[in-house]
Write a new protein. Structure first.
Length: 411
């Protein structure tokens, strides 16, 4: 009996569902892009792996967010779960004009100008973090850089922007991890209890913080959102909208930022000649950060919902079908980025990396994220010329790609 002919598309999809494939997805993305760059999926949706297709859909108003109406069809009980409400009702899962209104209220805090104004603060904070790393690793012991960063850098930066006091930040780390499952766990029943606890804890906290800021206003985003709740404000913000917006911005700015820094560091450690180039010339850091984002983006996929029937490259999609944009695959598309599997901190030219999405849902925190990375990497490489991996870090996530730990030695 002869064996069935191999199916490279089915093989790639099956591999991506394994721990090994999730840890090293890029060869499987390449296989999908080669054999079925526009691949139909059940329910009238598509899976896209080419750069041009992903960017085009992200900007096309015919495709909308996985909004409340869509969730009503897919999971009618979602409103009974605080964790799913905290995400589904947030601006990330809304379309204009609701999305536009909420984004406008917080967007001013995340411009390039505001990010630049925080650079000195981030530099000083990075110095303190590196002091901690040096102290922990002074005797040659391994230091878990994931733990150090998660406890001290992105959470402090976004905390300053939103007005989360430093003393409150440690107790928010556990619910942050839980809410991550709402994205990376797909809201699966096995995770719902953890997701719900996390959603309740974070929205509850930001409700309390808003009350404090109403009594004691500060120069922060929470105070600005409290002002937008006033009766005389145009289209006043509701309490739920305030809590969900702050929860989304806070969690997204921390989880993805830690992943971005560690994915970038993993690439540098795997390519020591590239790390040496950046160490010798910190002026390369802007392009190096873009290359880190391209090479191993912390957000691997995003989804849009088709608002009408249509086709991409002759492959049909249906109204209500979920169109999945594979950001990780798009950033390794050789038609957009020559030699895409080559990590090169001096790479120039080419299109903008597709790591922060596109269209109206382009990540509003992108300037802040780029600035943090541009401060962190030169400081890290200068401070620790003997920086090295200490064992193999544990990968985690499929949609949100990062590490569960990241042991390094510094001497």
């Amino acid at each position: 009996m002869t064996s069935p002919d191999p199916d490279p598309v089915a093989d790639a999809l099956a591999a991506l569902r394994t721990p090994q494939g999730a840890a090293q997805p890029y060869p499987h993305y390449a296989q999908l892009r080669a054999y079925a760059p526009v691949h139909p999926v059940p329910g009238g949706g598509l899976l896209l792996t080419r750069y041009e297709d992903c960017v085009a859909v992200s900007r096309d108003p015919r495709f909308h967010a996985q909004n409340a109406a869509w969730m009503d069809l897919k999971r009618p009980d979602w409103r009974d779960h605080p964790g799913l409400r905290a995400t589904t009702e947030s601006l990330l899962f809304q379309d204009p004009p609701g999305h536009t209104r909420l984004r406008r209220l917080v967007g001013g805090a995340f411009t390039q100008r505001r990010a630049a104004a925080l650079r000195t603060y981030v530099g000083a904070l990075t110095g303190r973090i590196l002091d901690q790393v040096a102290e922990q690793g002074a005797d040659g012991s391994a230091v878990d850089l994931h733990e150090v960063l998660a406890a001290g850098l992105p959470i402090a930066v976004i905390g300053k922007v939103l007005g989360v006091p430093e003393e409150d930040q440690p107790r928010l780390r556990e619910p942050l991890e839980g809410l991550r499952l709402a994205v990376d766990g797909g809201g699966k029943d096995a995770h719902l209890e953890v997701i719900d606890r996390a959603g309740t804890a974070l929205t509850g906290y930001f409700g309390e913080l808003a009350a404090r800021r109403r009594a004691d206003p500060r120069d922060d985003v929470t105070t600005a959102l409290v002002a937008a709740m006033d009766d005389d404000a145009e289209d006043p913000l509701t309490q739920d909208e305030l809590e969900q917006t702050l929860t989304l911005v806070f969690s997204a700015a921390i989880e993805s930022m830690v992943d971005m820094l560690l994915n970038g560091l993993a690439a540098l450690l795997a390519h020591p000649a590239q790390a040496d180039l950046l160490r010798a010339d910190p002026g390369l850091v802007g392009g190096a950060v873009e290359e880190m984002l391209r090479y191993d983006t912390p957000v691997q996929a995003m989804a849009r919902v088709a608002g009408e029937d249509g086709a991409i490259d002759g492959v049909r999609f249906s109204t209500g079908g979920q169109v999945v944009l594979m950001l990780g695959a798009a950033n390794r598309d050789p038609r957009a980025f020559p030699e895409p599997d080559l990590f090169d901190v001096t790479r120039t030219g080419g299109p903008t990396v597709f790591s922060f999405g596109g269209g109206v849902h382009h990540c509003l925190g992108a300037p802040l994220a780029r600035m943090q990375a541009a401060v962190f990497f030169p400081a890290l490489l200068e401070r620790f010329p003997k920086l090295a991996a200490a064992g193999t870090p544990v990968r985690r996530g499929t949609v949100l790609r990062g590490f569960a730990d990241f042991p390094v030695t510094v001497c």
